[in-house]
Design a binder for this molecule. Structure first.
Ligand code: FAD
Length: 452
């Protein structure tokens, strides 16, 4: 279908339009390159136009123009997603919302912000009132709240507050539809699940209200263990109500060479746990660590660690572990796993035995749905697609492990596994022409598009 791009640009008059190829290419990418499989599939996807919006009226103009010309429209926040979430599979328009970054309101227990606000900036605004965000991804200096809601899962803070989906974390959201005359839909409480982890396929999130908790000046700790099993057992016990933790992550000793800044605070003959601990829990944390054979090699506030050239604990956790390794060795890729509960460390020991040097172990402890949750982000040596799927099959064959495949770009083939009917029903209202981030959900078929 031939598109008159000059006419499209006239409809977008007054907006900040980018049509230089280099910038369009850059703004059509995210962190999918962790996966060689996705790299091969997505490297050539590029938007015809990128529009940088800074007001709701700008969004309205872009949404109306996309609907008028039936153009694919992909919303972009910080572009830190891992599955090509904001890569425009079918070209069209990429709308960068990072210019919509205002804090709209901070009250007791809540903050309302525009969707393009960066997570770290939001936390700074909250801290001015003695409060803090309940959870954020380790990419929080770049990642936006809209991208976290539409693409994320949970992260730093999930040990204490559960995952994004858990009731009480997301409070309100306003979403703009993509139609000739865009409308605004308000979502409250659990209704926000309709757009959570929907990869921006069903409406443009304009602003979000999230819950806050009283601020804590977390102590970032590294604990070293002779055996990996000891670190994992500590992870299970760390959920004790006596300990107030924001983060608890374990990595085995073979990660040490990738944590170059840590030197002998993470030597190659020791396994490590990284934690963020409330100051008043430090005495109990020390005792519990010692009870599991652990020795604390780092304990300090983020500022103290940075002054020593050490990374904060959250940069040693979740998908930052993979990034640390990839910075030095691009022959790794990764897999994400959820373990059956109650978590049995013997499952990890089995994987250590059968995979040898092909797979390195890293586990994140968290809460999900009010229960303990244990997740793994494993480093896997890249030996081709067939080998990657052999590893997946082996992991899923025993012990109740579920792999969230990071080598696919649809919502359903990755973490969600099934089509979320509520999200598809919402898409019928919010994106009746099926223009938003096409190709990312298997739940939407072209015959669903309402002809307007
Ligand atoms: P983007 O990548 O820009 O977008 C993500 C998705 O949201 C896309 O589908 C996009 O179309 C959609 N979207 C963006 N803004 C809007 C909007 N306003 N309206 C509608 N749709 C929108 N994720 C976690 O959940 N937890 C982690 O701990 C974590 N750690 C990470 C560590 C590393 C090193 C890396 C590279 C990634 C990590 N991620 C993690 C993934 C990612 O960083 C986060 O999910 C982040 O919050 C995404 O935000 P973003 O602004 O970069 O989103």
């Amino acid at each position: 279908r031939a598109i008159d791009w000059d006419a499209v640009q006239r409809d977008l008059a007054g907006l900040n339009i980018i049509d230089a190829r280099g910038q369009r290419k850059q703004l059509s990418r995210d962190f999918y390159w962790y996966s060689p499989i996705l790299s091969a599939q997505l490297d050539n996807c590029i938007a015809e136009l990128v529009v940088k919006v800074s007001t709701e009226d700008d969004v309205r103009q872009v949404a109306a123009t996309a609907a008028k010309w039936k153009l694919p429209l992909t919303v972009r926040g910080g572009g830190t997603g891992n599955y090509g979430q904001c890569v425009p599979l079918e070209g069209g328009i990429v709308m960068d919302v990072t210019g919509m970054s205002r804090v709209l309101d901070v009250a007791d227990g809540r903050i309302r912000v525009q969707a393009g606000a960066r997570m770290h900036d939001i936390d700074l605004a909250a801290r001015e009132t003695g409060q803090a965000l309940r959870m954020w991804p380790s990419t929080w200096h770049v990642a936006t709240i809209g991208g976290f809601v539409a693409g994320g899962f949970g992260g730093i803070g999930s040990f204490r507050h559960g995952i994004l989906r858990d009731t009480g974390n997301l409070l309100n959201a306003r979403v703009m539809t993509v139609e000739r005359e865009p409308r605004i839909i308000e979502l409250r409480g659990d209704d926000i699940q309709q757009v959570q982890h929907a990869f921006g396929t069903n409406g443009v999130i304009l602003d979000v209200e999230v819950a806050l908790s009283p601020a804590v000046d977390w102590v970032h700790c590294t604990v070293l263990f002779p055996k990996y099993r000891q670190a994992l057992d500590f992870g299970i016990d760390a959920a004790s109500p006596d300990l107030d933790l924001f983060l608890f992550t374990t990595v085995e000793a073979r990660f040490a060479p990738y944590y170059t800044a840590m030197g002998d605070r993470f030597p190659t003959d020791r396994h490590a746990a990284f934690a963020m601990v409330a100051p008043e829990s430090m005495d109990d944390f020390r005792k519990a660590a010692a009870g599991h054979g652990g020795i604390i090699s780092v304990a300090g506030t983020e500022d103290q660690l940075l002054a020593l050239g050490l990374p904060p604990a959250y940069e040693c956790a979740f998908n930052h572990t993979t990034l640390q390794a990839l910075k030095l060795d691009r022959s790794w890729t990764y897999l994400q796993i959820s373990y059956a509960q109650p978590f049995d460390p013997a499952v990890v020991e089995r994987h250590l035995a059968i995979f040898g040097d092909e797979v390195l172990q890293h586990q994140d402890f968290a809460r999900a749905g009010g229960e303990a949750g244990t997740f793994g982000i494993l480093l896997v040596r890249w030996k081709g697609e067939a080998h990657q799927y052999e590893v997946i099959r082996e992991i899923e064959s025993q012990g109740g492990c579920q792999v969230f495949n990071p080598h696919v770009f649809t919502i359903e083939d990755g973490g969600m596994k099934t089509i979320d009917d509520a999200q598809i029903q919402f898409k019928k209202r919010s994106d009746p022409l099926g223009l938003m981030n096409p190709g990312k959900t298997r739940g939407w078929t072209s015959d669903m598009a309402r002809q307007v």
